[in-house]
Design a protein around this ligand. Structure first.
Ligand code: DX5
Ligand code: ZN
Length: 221
């Protein structure tokens, strides 16, 4: 149904031709662009920042951009991503000194806000901010790299967050990130997720000679 969103992670795209990759995957049915920001400090990898987000907007990308900040500290980059045209900005609660303030910065900038939970990060960080989040992102791998395997314990955690969202009565998106493939997405959806990040499953192993390379995989999702 249209209530489910597929968010390809451009971490696994061909960075040398990123604009075309994003255009192609959106034309093949992707709903939002998952944009992984890593700082070699909060996570052991280094990726892309607000300049690349802005470049995608200038290239003509109009779909929502979902900026997943794996950075510490987070607050200054929040402003940069707002200016760069991000739609969602999410961050990890243990990476900021003041969770409420960081969420408010995102909302004040006109973006949708979200908290991200690593596999072992407890959900109590949600207790006092349910009215300040538009998205909750559960990591189903430890953050830092694409191509890792889905951690099964995420399913119970998804069910728990789904209960909390339903009890709140608010339209909060429940996103899952890491190891999502066509063969596990149904089970993940049944556990309560409605927004699915997929990196390697979408972008890896496809020939750039094939102009329709993302259409069949997007149909599988
Ligand atoms: C991991 C990133 C993910 C990653 C997912 O730290 O947050 O978005 O790109 O890649 P796959 O789908 O290959 O697990
Ligand atoms: Zn991510």
């Amino acid at each position: 149904t249209s209530d489910y969103l597929i968010a390809p992670s451009i971490l696994s795209a061909d960075f040398a031709r990123l604009g075309d990759e994003v255009d192609d995957v959106l034309a093949s049915g992707a709903d939002i662009v998952h944009f992984d920001v890593m700082d070699n400090h909060y996570v052991p990898n280094l990726t892309i920042g607000p300049m690349v987000c802005e470049a995608l907007r200038k290239h003509g990308v109009t779909a929502p951009i979902d900026a997943h900040l794996m950075v510490k500290p987070v607050d200054r980059l929040i402003g940069d991503f707002i200016d760069a045209g991000a739609s969602y900005v999410t961050f990890h609660p243990e990476a900021t000194e003041h969770i409420d303030r960081s969420l408010q910065l995102i909302r004040d900038g006109g973006c949708r806000s979200g908290l991200v939970f690593n596999p072992a990060t407890p959900l109590h960080f949600l207790d006092h901010v349910m009215d300040k989040v538009d998205m909750i992102l559960l990591m189903s791998v430890n953050p830092g790299f694409g191509g890792q395997s889905f951690i099964p314990g995420t399913l119970d955690k998804l069910r728990e967050v789904r209960r909390r969202i339903d009890a709140s009565g608010r339209a909060i998106r429940l996103e899952v990130d890491g190891g999502i493939k066509p063969d596990n997405i149904a089970e993940v959806a049944r556990a309560g997720a409605d927004t699915f990040v997929a990196g390697s499953a979408v972008f890896k192993g496809r020939s750039t000679q094939d102009p329709h390379r993302y259409e069949s995989v997007m149909r599988e999702f």
